[in-house]
Write a protein that binds this ligand. Structure first.
Ligand code: FMN
Length: 205
């Protein structure tokens, strides 16, 4: 099997792109997570103009409450929000739990909703399984609600469920999979660059 990079909107890959700093958020709190491993493998394949920080810390965030926003925001949440603010774009990869997104990922997203940084943030999805389409559908709805620049057409799906992080890293070095990851990254970097010119609209919740 090979990775699939799905593109509903075709976009030419530019010859050169400005420097991009991306944040890759895993929706799994599991140490041996296939989604975290996929994000790390993609991060290890980045071209020189892109850096990717993998964030695998959603399990450390406290449960969201509006009572803990503003001055009451916990320091660990502030640090997470600052990572979001500093990123040119977000890549999210998540498992499906009970046909939807894991509570930890939804909780992390809830901490972002009242802030302004995620409103126009470019976001793309990756996914480390051939299963999980109910979760993907719900996550697309959630992400298009929190950001005007979520792009469902830039999507990397890699069928590596139940594999070890080492096996996933190895799988992603195979030429076809490396090529799919490169196309995904190039397309997303181009989208992030183009999105810089787009003024985000206010969230309508
Ligand atoms: C609590 C729980 C619920 C799950 N529910 C589903 C499900 O509804 N559909 C599905 O396809 N897989 C389900 N799975 C399997 C995970 O989605 C799958 O193992 C995934 O690859 C794990 O991702 P990770 O390796 O990044 O942690 C569930 C796993 C757990 C632990």
């Amino acid at each position: 099997m090979t990775a699939q990079s799905v593109h509903f909107q075709t976009r030419p890959t530019p010859a050169s792109l400005p420097f991009m700093k991306l944040l890759a958020i895993s929706g799994s709190a599991r140490a041996q997570s296939t989604n975290t491993a996929l994000l790390q493998a993609v991060a290890d394949l980045t071209p020189s103009n892109i850096t990717i920080e993998v964030f695998a810390g959603i399990g450390d965030l406290p449960v969201f409450s509006p009572d803990r926003e503003g001055d009451a925001t916990p320091e660990i949440v502030r640090a997470f929000q600052q990572k979001i603010a500093a990123a040119d774009g977000l890549i999210i990869a998540s498992p499906e739990y009970v046909r939807t997104l894991p509570g930890g990922l939804k909780n992390a997203i809830d901490w972002l909703v009242s802030g302004e940084h995620v409103i126009g943030k470019p976001i793309a999805l990756a996914h480390a399984s051939h299963r999980g389409d109910d979760m993907l559908q719900t996550l697309r709805t959630v992400l298009s609600t929190i950001s005007s620049n979520f792009n469902p057409g830039i999507f990397l799906r890699v069928p590596v469920m139940k594999q070890s992080p080492e096996a996933i890293a190895d799988f992603m070095t195979q030429p076809a999979n490396r090529q799919a990851a490169a196309k995904f990254l190039n397309d997303f970097a181009a989208f992030c660059r183009d999105s810089r010119a787009i003024k985000p609209s206010a969230m309508d919740l």
